[in-house]
Design a protein around this ligand. Structure first.
Ligand code: GLP
Length: 295
């Protein structure tokens, strides 16, 4: 795992947006071979979305051949509710770039059959050959998407009851009223996230310091679902100094030292053109035929 420690939130956003830009450009997506990007919501990726939109405005990046899959959505909020993740994505990203809306996917928390909606979401991911790069954020309890503590580390897209901590944390978007926060959500599973060829997690602020400590210095544990990234062959966490507050000085110095070494290698390949699929895909749980034909 790579841990990139930067001075503050703005530096984190710059780094992540630039990384996404270079990955997409390096992939050279086309209509037949789009770049498949997994996307989060929340405060953590806002700066990244802003910078990605700037790249688009300056003509440095196009999302024309990018397909997106979002991590999660609340159950029962109308899609045009200001706090739905549909609205969030439209407001902060989709409306600001040249993405084709037919190629964006956000779970439908109002589907008549929620289980069927989750099953079909996995199918849609498989149909485009899996996710190339999944961006994520975490909750203060270390949840990834809405995979709350105790979620199966092999879980797939499904309906999830939200933890009280998450409801309280997210009530800031609902006028501070916990009663207004939906109690159920649809979420990709930890297994769905792990199937991506590459994962990148944004962690910022003191409130996430204990979660980062559990992700980096403790073992893989279902009570901190983000810790599962230790098992991913191509995982990066990008964090700010505040988020490192509970890491050992030695751990911080170790990862900073690695980045210093990397910076001295101008020709260091940022990432292979396309990473191999994660374990579930290799075991045949998702259909990789389309991807292997085009590569
Ligand atoms: C919600 C989302 C998560 C997100 C988390 C953290 O719970 N479902 O995907 O990572 O919020 O949000 P923030 O970045 O605002 O702290």
């Amino acid at each position: 795992m790579r841990l990139v420690i930067l001075p503050n939130y703005d530096a984190v956003s710059d780094w992540v947006a630039d990384y996404v830009r270079r990955r997409v450009l390096d992939f050279a997506p086309s209509a037949k071979r789009p770049f498949v990007l997994g996307l989060p919501t929340g405060g953590s990726p806002l700066g990244t979305y802003r910078r990605l939109a700037e790249f688009y405005r300056r003509g440095e990046l196009s999302f024309k051949h990018v397909v997106t899959f979002n991590m999660d959505e609340y159950v029962g909020l109308p899609p045009d509710h200001p706090e739905s993740y549909h609205s969030y994505m439209e407001k902060h990203f989709f409306s600001r770039v040249d993405i084709d809306r037919r190629r964006t996917h956000v779970l439908d928390g109002n589907a008549a059959d929620l289980n069927e909606e989750c099953r079909r979401y996995e199918e849609r991911i498989a149909a485009v050959g899996g996710i190339e790069l999944f961006l994520g954020g975490i909750g203060p309890d270390g949840h990834i998407a809405f995979n709350e503590p105790g979620s199966s580390l092999a879980s797939r897209t499904r309906v999830k009851t939200l933890a009280y901590d998450t409801i309280v944390a997210n009530s800031r978007f609902f006028g501070g009223d916990v009663d207004q926060v939906p109690k159920l959500a649809l979420t990709i599973g930890v297994g769905t996230f792990m199937d991506a060829r590459e994962v990148l997690i944004i962690i910022s602020g003191l409130a996430k310091a204990h979660a980062l400590y559990n992700a980096i210095e403790c073992g893989v544990n279902h009570m901190w679902t983000v810790s599962m990234v230790q098992m991913h062959p191509h995982a990066t966490i990008v964090c700010d100094e505040d988020a490192t507050a509970e890491l050992r000085v030695r751990t911080v110095n170790y990862f900073k030292g690695i980045e210093k070494m990397l910076a001295r290698q101008p020709t260091y390949p940022m990432a292979p053109k396309s990473f191999p699929l994660g374990p579930a895909a290799r075991a045949g749980r998702i259909n990789t035929r389309r991807r292997s034909r085009s590569e």
